[in-house]
Design a protein around this ligand. Structure first.
Ligand code: NAP
Length: 277
């Protein structure tokens, strides 16, 4: 009997990951025979664990915190968006035995914003809070949408300025600290800090969100995040969290591995319904 094609997500911690569930639903929906598991893998274990996974016939891997930079270094070759983001969340075995690295996070975010929520990015003023791995992964796909201006604001100012400089020439982009946000206004504010995970928020000036503007927290949880609540308080047209991005980045990884694009709407609705208790 032919064994199932094997996929997995590696991360630390990995206990609460929704990825196996999402990929199993995608597989069922598209009639693909595969298995997808979650494995606790630390930074120290990464190299050996990935090498073993592919040596034993694994076809593809998702890598999540804190392994995305290591996955980037592991890949034999990378897509342009992965190259720019310096982080890889998807590894795919190629026909010649090499390993391709991609980053589907930015695609997932832009698809959720534009396709699922009809939020236009072109010619708008966009603010990203945070300059860590998640921010890095979403910048190129956002710039591809041709916003009027993209500003990155971070607690450690230098990181925002340096990150923006890396994308110089790819669009109107700059970096600053949170203090510099006074008297500025944006049509879309994306929270890519990890502050939400501990219920915290950077101190944001009132009037930061333009009338009719939208808020999006890359983090998600069973309860609305601190930033989603900030969006409500500041009269955002939509104040969303990153559950849709999670499903859309998974769909893009599934497409890279299987060449079939799963439908995401029903999966997002299912996961949403489960947290609205
Ligand atoms: P990271 O690389 O550790 O970066 C964390 C960022 O948050 C840094 O810019 C850091 O600022 C900032 N920060 C942390 N605590 C803060 C606080 N109390 N006040 C202000 N800024 C603070 O993390 P990451 O990988 O970028 O992840 C960021 C978020 O994105 C996480 O919540 C993660 O779950 C989410 N994410 C979601 C998806 C999805 O599919 N929905 C995908 C990827 C990531 P400093 O530089 O000053 O330390």
């Amino acid at each position: 009997m032919k064994s199932l094609d094997r996929y997995a997500v590696f991360g630390h911690p990995i206990k609460h990951t929704k990825s196996p569930r999402i990929h199993r639903i995608f597989a069922e929906q598209t009639g693909q025979d595969l298995e997808y598991t979650a494995q606790e893998v630390t930074v120290e274990q990464f190299q050996a664990a990935v090498a073993r996974f592919f040596a034993e016939g694994g076809k593809g891997l998702n890598c999540t915190l804190p392994l995305k930079e290591l996955a980037w270094a592991f890949a034999d070759h990378k897509t342009e968006r992965a190259q720019l983001s310096k982080a890889v969340n998807t590894l795919a075995l190629q026909a010649d035995g090499s390993i391709l690295g991609d980053n589907t996070d930015g695609h997932g975010l832009v698809t959720d914003l534009t396709s699922n929520h009809s939020i236009t990015l072109s010619d708008t003023r966009i603010l990203i809070l945070g300059a860590g791995g998640a921010a890095r992964g979403i910048i190129a796909p956002i710039l591809q949408q041709a916003p009027q201006a993209l500003l990155i604001a971070n607690r450690t100012i230098n990181k925002a300025v340096t990150l923006a400089a890396e994308f110089h020439g790819k669009g109107s982009i700059s970096g600053c600290g949170f203090e510099a946000l006074a008297n500025r206004q944006f049509d879309l504010i994306l929270n890519a800090t990890s502050a939400s995970l501990s219920g915290q928020l950077p101190l944001l000036p009132s009037g930061l969100l333009a009338a009719g503007g939208n808020c999006y927290d890359l983090a998600y949880g069973n309860e609305p995040t601190a930033f989603v609540r900030w969006g409500w308080q500041n009269h955002a047209k939509n104040s969303l969290d990153g559950l849709g991005m999670l499903v859309e980045q998974a769909a893009e990884a599934f497409f890279i591995w299987r060449g079939v694009r799963p439908k995401t709407q029903a999966v997002i609705e299912l996961l949403n319904s489960e947290r609205q208790v």
